[in-house]
Design a protein around this ligand. Structure first.
Ligand SMILES: [Zn+2]
Length: 323
């Protein structure tokens, strides 16, 4: 049996378990989901990884959606909740694009994206806890661009006829940021910090949920703002982005933590850089500094790192937007 890199376990497991732990500290205390503890006790083989992802997906669909995300919308000032009940569906098949289906009142999120979210979370966590402020911003972005996104495109290109279509699973392990620049000692230090310091543990919970939450809230934005269906035009995408950003800000989550995966998800179907999307990401990064509530809770050091990354992202994506 293939054992997944032990290093991968060390940080990613707590990140995912945080779907349960996070619920009492985010969304201004509104959240109370009790997502089942999905992870096996030790290192996972690939089969266990599939089961784990399936369990996390079920928890998101059955509990976190109703108990965290929808209440999180209600408490955002100036942001309307959807006036019809919307359900979350975790989908299988070749499409890797999250969407809102206005005929059925359903937000769909592809099962396979959880794998990419996992690896993304790990990379973000290592970046924000493991390096000096600002160091590694480019590495993080190139990991997304050069390694994670091509893997996503490869999965899509192999479909139909692949595991992706039949089971929603990705066919092989994804490239980890661990392959590159982190030593075991650095990795272990992060793991110890997450385990021993409650604030760091909460921070990794924010890291864990922000990407998926941003994406889901963007689709909820379409449900609220474009109830007869979205045209896909840029101005409607920007409206949905602003909706998601407003909800995250109101709940104390930095918008920047949701953006990298947003870009990966949305460019997956196109297979390359999309300049309209780059403009949207640049705009979000520029307009949404780390919320004051986040700085109060987590302190200036982590906030500074996020701000550094946010400005880097704003500049880099503006360049791609202008290209
Ligand atoms: Zn959209």
């Amino acid at each position: 049996m293939t054992r997944i890199d032990i290093a991968f376990q060390a940080v990613v497991l707590p990140v995912l378990l945080s779907f349960a732990a996070v619920s009492t500290v985010t969304w201004a205390g509104q959240a109370n989901a009790l997502t089942p503890l999905c992870a096996p006790a030790g290192p996972m083989n690939w089969q266990e990884m599939h089961q784990f992802v399936g369990c996390v997906a079920e928890g998101l669909r059955d509990e976190v959606w109703a108990e965290n995300i929808l209440p999180g919308i209600e408490i955002a000032p100036g942001v309307d909740a959807p006036d019809r009940a919307i359900r979350l569906e975790i989908t299988k098949g070749c499409s890797l694009v999250p969407a809102y289906d206005h005929n059925r009142g359903v937000v769909s999120f592809p099962h396979a994206l959880f794998y990419f979210t996992l690896y993304f979370q790990q990379a973000m966590l290592f970046q924000f806890l493991g390096t000096s402020p600002g160091e590694g911003d480019e590495d993080l972005l190139s990991y997304y661009d050069d390694r994670l996104r091509p893997a996503l495109v490869r999965e899509r290109m192999a479909c139909p006829g692949s595991d992706l279509q039949k089971t929603g699973r990705v066919s092989r392990q994804l490239p980890s940021i661990m392959d590159r620049r982190m030593t075991n000692a650095e990795r272990d230090a992060i793991f110890r910090k997450v385990n021993s310091d409650p604030a760091t543990d909460r921070f990794q919970a924010y890291v864990a949920l922000s990407p998926v939450f941003f994406t889901l809230l963007h689709e909820v934005g379409h449900a609220v703002l474009h109830p007869d269906g979205s045209s896909g035009e840029d101005h409607e995408e920007i409206e949905a982005d602003d909706y998601a950003a407003a909800v995250l800000n109101a709940n104390g989550l930095p918008v920047i933590m949701g953006l990298g995966i947003h870009q990966i998800f949305h460019s997956a179907s196109r297979g390359g850089n999309d300049s309209a999307l780059a403009c949207r990401v640049a705009r979000l990064a520029r307009n949404h500094p780390v919320p004051a509530a986040f700085v109060d809770e987590f302190g200036q050091d982590i906030a500074n790192r996020l701000e550094h990354f946010r400005r880097f992202y704003a500049d880099e994506y503006q360049r791609r937007c202008d290209a």
